[in-house]
Design a protein around this ligand. Structure first.
Ligand SMILES: Nc1ncnc2c1ncn2[C@@H]1O[C@H](COP(=O)(O)OP(=O)(O)OP(=O)(O)O)[C@@H](O)[C@H]1O
Length: 513
């Protein structure tokens, strides 16, 4: 039989089968067709040794995007860039890296404890073309997992959980993080793109490592917090003079943990219930920040005193006057109390969401109510101090790309004797023009440190001379005060004293010779 004849026969056999199937679909009752279908699949199942699990993109009555599907997509995207032949590219806005996922109808294999698993990405295209309000729902995408039936238990009990967990973690790493700010009871957000990291943070290495370890322990502590029956959150109090890097530290923490940041402006929050509303809207994996907590509100519940001083400038500029009045009004209206804030930190509803860090910053730790910062509420107190030599070396590396220089020794010595914030050190180290090389910048810093040192010495000398002057005046006053008292004594007393103790001069007792 020739090839042409064979192909003709094969074609007519397929044609016959299709015709028989069409007749079957058309003339046999639905009930019977389902019956044949079910038993047909069972028959195939007897000989087909694989298990298949399907994960649809949209599920439920309301066709919500399935979280499991998204997690699997992230998990597979991490694997597919090496294994799949056809990939879909997607870029996260503002992020330079491109995310690759497997294209529709693509397949890859995965390995789990030596078990081979096949993943396929599929898309059902609707048979009829019709107008739709939700075109994305028409392309029904799904992932299909295929594995040998003998691994059913491992796959259903461990592997799928593992894939979803890994996928969620990958999604968190790839997501665009957000910086939220509140306007009364609503959060608005922008993309969080602060470049600060623990590597660029100028701080003593030991202290920095301690903070990093604490953060790692917290972020991995879900089971531990469940075990001890405590909400999964941790409070940090950052305190220190202005420009010592409190805000920079918060940005470094957020970048280190891949968390969002909620910058809570307490002065715009009307009352405790608005504060609660804001808290409930925050999500897990986030840092909630209240900066300058001592200035945010009068936490004792008393309102701030009204401005009494007449401001001439404001009188001249009515717009700024009105703005200031509005600001004052909004502050006056804020009735967030200390107890409201404490509830915010550890009240019953503060546990919603989980995995949250609360950070307070202040320049004056001594001003804060002890109830607010006691351990358990603010679990870790971190002092951000003036620039030390170790911190300077990090700034020199950041700003000038140098690890050592002959001027370092002098700078080290000056830093020990003076108090300069890392912000000021950084400002001096930053080249202002192309002509400024590293040596110029270091000399600029030395000059600034010497000025501070001289000023400090002058201040000290002034203080000392003032103290001397004060004590001299005090002494003189004392002497003046003493005279009339002594003079008031009657002559009998004086003569008695002379008798008893010897000579008395100017009302002062002199030791007898
Ligand atoms: N420890 C530091 N490491 C690196 N850079 C720092 C550090 N401290 C300050 N800076 C630099 O100084 C600038 C101001 O610092 P930052 O706002 O973090 O200080 P702060 O302590 O929050 O000040 P304030 O109390 O006034 O809010 C930062 O933009 C950063 O460039």
């Amino acid at each position: 039989m020739s090839v042409v004849e064979m192909l003709t026969q094969l074609g007519s056999a397929i044609g016959g089968l299709l015709l028989a199937w069409a007749m079957f679909e058309r003339y046999f009752p639905l009930q019977l067709r389902r019956y044949v279908d079910r038993y047909g699949q069972k028959l195939v199942g007897l000989f087909y040794p694989y298990l298949q699990i399907t994960f649809h993109e949209y599920t439920g009555d309301r066709f919500r995007r399935s979280e499991v599907y998204s997690a699997i997509q992230s998990y597979l995207s991490a694997n597919s860039s090496e294994r799949a032949q056809r990939l879909m590219a997607d870029a996260v806005k503002g992020n330079q890296s491109v995310i690759l996922t497997m294209d529709d109808h693509e397949e890859i294999t995965d390995d789990f404890n030596g078990i081979q698993i096949w993943w396929a990405s599929r898309k059902n295209i609707p048979k009829t073309q019709s107008f739709s309000f939700y075109p994305e729902l028409d392309d029904r995408r799904y992932f299909r997992l295929t594995v040998h039936r003998r691994y059913r238990d491992i796959i259903t009990k461990s592997y799928i959980d593992y894939v979803v967990k890994e996928g969620n973690e990958i999604a968190i790493k790839n997501r665009q993080r957000k910086l939220y700010t509140n306007n009364s009871s609503k959060w608005n957000h922008v993309v969080f793109e602060h470049p600060a990291t623990f590597d660029t943070l100028a701080m003593a290495t030991k202290k920095k490592q301690e903070v990093k370890n604490d953060l790692i322990k917290f972020s991995k502590g879900k089971d531990y917090y469940t075990k001890i029956g405590k909400a999964w959150k941790r409070g940090y109090l950052l305190y220190g003079p202005p420009g010592t890097g409190k805000s920079t530290m918060i940005a470094a923490m957020a970048n280190f943990l891949n968390y969002d940041v909620y910058d809570l402006e307490l002065t715009t929050v009307k009352d405790n219930s608005e504060l609660r509303k804001l808290l409930i809207q925050t999500t897990g994996k986030s840092i909630i920040v209240i900066e300058d907590i001592d200035c945010s509100l009068d936490l004792t519940g008393q309102r701030k005193p009204k401005k009494e001083k007449y401001d001439e400038e404001e009188e001249k500029d009515p717009v700024s006057k009105k703005k200031k009045e509005e600001e004052a009004e909004s502050k006056k209206e804020s009735k967030v109390t200390l107890s409201g804030l404490l509830n915010f930190i550890d009240g019953i509803w503060s546990a919603c969401g989980g995995e949250r860090i609360i950070v307070f910053t202040t320049n004056y730790v001594e001003k804060l109510d002890p109830a607010l910062i006691r351990r358990g509420r603010m679990d870790k107190h971190i002092e951000m101090s003036y620039c030390c030599f170790e911190a300077f070396k990090i700034l020199a590396q950041n700003y000038l790309d140098i690890e050592s220089h002959e001027l370092f020794a002098k700078i080290g010595q000056l830093l020990e004797e003076t108090k300069m914030s890392p912000a000021d050190v950084a400002e001096n180290l930053m080249p202002k023009s192309d002509d400024e090389d590293e040596e110029t910048c270091l000399k600029k810093l030395i000059a600034a440190l010497e000025t501070i040192e001289e000023e400090a010495k002058l201040k000290e000398a002034r203080k000392k001379s003032e103290e001397d002057a004060n004590s001299k005046t005090e002494q003189e006053l004392k002497e003046k005060d003493q005279l009339p008292i002594e003079d008031e004594r009657d002559d009998n007393d004086v003569s008695k004293e002379i008798k008893d103790n010897g000579l008395i001069s100017n009302g002062k007792k002199e030791t007898s010779l």
